[in-house]
Design a binder for this molecule. Structure first.
Ligand code: UDP
Length: 224
């Protein structure tokens, strides 16, 4: 987590746009059959292991990742960093009102924080309004909550028009942080069972999550 935050801070100091992805097993499986998504992930300046499933796979391949860094866990520390360094934060996505509520929470925790919220949408019809707002308010760190792969593809599509230093997809993080969706308890996350909690709370995910056993088999059978 600290290493990730340090990297993000350097990205803002360096300037230019940096795409950051929070990669979970669903991302990995999608990237295998979606060359466009694979290209965008490969072009990211930083891919974080969002959850124990990716850390497990990385370790089996001999890559020593210290632990998972989930997007949802990064939002608070990013806000603290922005407040400390005077960086402007922009929360984009989720249903109307959600990002606003989170911005209120973050402002209460960090009274000096410059934070703007906007629901927008991943479709091109929203682009002009969203880009104008980002331009007007200014943003160094942009968190995009459109879900994967829409958020990563959105950042990639507007790469040359986004006046921000860090653009990071955070999936359902705004819903979790405003209490709209409950998170798995710590012991379940540590045991790699967050997927089970998500499935119980959001059964409509079953089709998307059907790739997880295939992921586990691929990881177990991959040459080391
Ligand atoms: N979302 C959005 N616009 C859309 C589709 C989705 O703002 O057109 C938001 C949705 O409200 C939710 C997030 O994107 O806050 C996706 O959350 P989910 O947990 O499905 O994402 P994941 O982490 O699984 O990629």
């Amino acid at each position: 987590m600290n290493e990730a935050l340090e990297k993000l801070e350097h990205f803002v100091d360096d300037g230019g746009l940096h795409l950051v992805a929070t990669v979970n097993p669903e991302f990995v499986m999608r990237a295998q059959s979606d060359p466009e998504f694979a290209r965008v992930l490969a072009s990211a300046e930083l891919c974080l292991a969002d959850g124990s499933g990716v850390v497990w796979a990385a370790r089996r391949q001999g890559c020593t990742l210290p632990g998972p860094v989930a997007g949802v866990d990064l939002v608070g520390p990013i806000a603290a960093m922005c407040a400390r360094r005077g960086f402007r934060l922009f929360l984009l996505g989720a249903m109307p009102g959600v990002a606003d509520e989170l911005a209120g929470q973050l402002r209460a925790a960090h009274p000096d924080l410059a934070v703007t919220a906007h629901a927008g949408g991943p479709e091109e019809s929203h682009d002009l309004e969203t880009l104008q707002l980002i331009q007007e308010r200014g943003a160094d760190v942009l968190l995009v909550a459109y879900g994967a792969p829409a958020q990563e593809l959105w950042i990639d599509r507007l790469r040359n028009r986004l006046p921000v230093a860090v653009a990071m997809g955070v999936g359902g993080a705004f819903d979790y942080l405003t209490g709209r969706v409950s998170r798995a308890p710590g012991w379940m996350r540590k045991a790699g069972l967050e997927w089970l909690h998500r499935l119980a709370r959001q059964p409509w995910r079953v089709r998307r999550m059907a790739v997880l056993p295939v992921y586990a088999i691929k990881v177990l059978s991959a040459p080391k």
